[in-house]
Design a protein around this ligand. Structure first.
Ligand SMILES: [Zn+2]
Length: 238
């Protein structure tokens, strides 16, 4: 065993930690939350718009109903006057009857308008109710996903802490200059600074070394630092 074998173990723990960090950032639940939040934003925007239209429709209906109620009370007053016997002048009676008839026509028209306004308002109310249900479903689903993310992240954090602990132990005997070289290569070479030499191949770039080079490396003292000529990684001989 040389410090290079220690370095290979450090590399394994670092790679494991990198994979755990990557998984932490790419949990499927996180993607689901982003999708859900997009949909929620859409639902809320639609809800604002449809609620405003439903409120307008309700106001229009109340206004017509108010007009209808007022008209009906005027008709009742007129009827009472007509049948009270207080008015006896035929011309006056005729005028009152004509007015009553005009009011009946107006009432029929208003009743139609009230029905029409209900026809506009009811589907809007239904739409508001549907959107509110969807929003509450999405809120509940979002809550479930956030719990799942927290649980998954806690489990990954535990594994990550274990990997980092193991790395500390494995790196204890590595001299500072080798450690510095390792960190520089790791930063530059996609997180992999040290690779085993297996069957004449670099475990980092997978290039097969020429037989003469393999032979030369085999003869070097175990404590000599060896680098892959292709990818520059630290090669750890068996
Ligand atoms: Zn290589």
């Amino acid at each position: 065993m040389t410090v290079f074998h220690d370095l290979l173990r450090v590399q394994e723990h670092d790679s494991a930690a990198d994979r755990l960090r990557h998984r932490r950032l790419t949990l499927p639940e996180l993607a689901a939350i982003r999708e859900l939040e997009d949909e929620l934003a859409g639902v809320e925007a639609t809800l604002v718009d449809v609620s405003a239209r439903a409120a307008d429709a309700a106001r229009a209906q109340r206004k017509l109903e108010g007009e209808l109620a007022l008209l009906e009370s005027k008709m009742a007053e007129l009827d009472a006057k007509l049948y009270s016997g207080a008015v006896t002048v035929p011309r006056e009676l005729q005028a009152m009857q004509a007015e009553a008839e005009a009011m009946r026509v107006r009432r029929a028209a208003l009743e139609d308008e009230v029905l029409e306004s209900m026809g506009v308002r009811e589907p809007l109310d239904d739409e508001v109710a549907d959107l509110e249900r969807r929003r509450s479903d999405l809120d509940a689903e979002g809550g479930r996903l956030r719990v799942a993310v927290a649980e998954a992240q806690a489990a990954l954090d535990k594994e990550l802490a274990e990997a980092l602990d193991a790395r500390v132990t494995a790196s204890a005997a590595i001299p500072d200059d080798l450690r510095t070289l390792y960190e520089q290569l790791r930063a530059r070479l996609d997180g992999v600074a040290a690779a085993p030499l297996v069957n004449g191949r670099c475990g980092g770039c997978h290039l097969a070394l020429p037989a003469t080079e393999v032979d030369r490396l085999r003869k070097l003292p175990a404590e000599t630092l060896v680098r892959c000529e292709q990818c520059e990684r630290i090669l750890v001989r068996p």
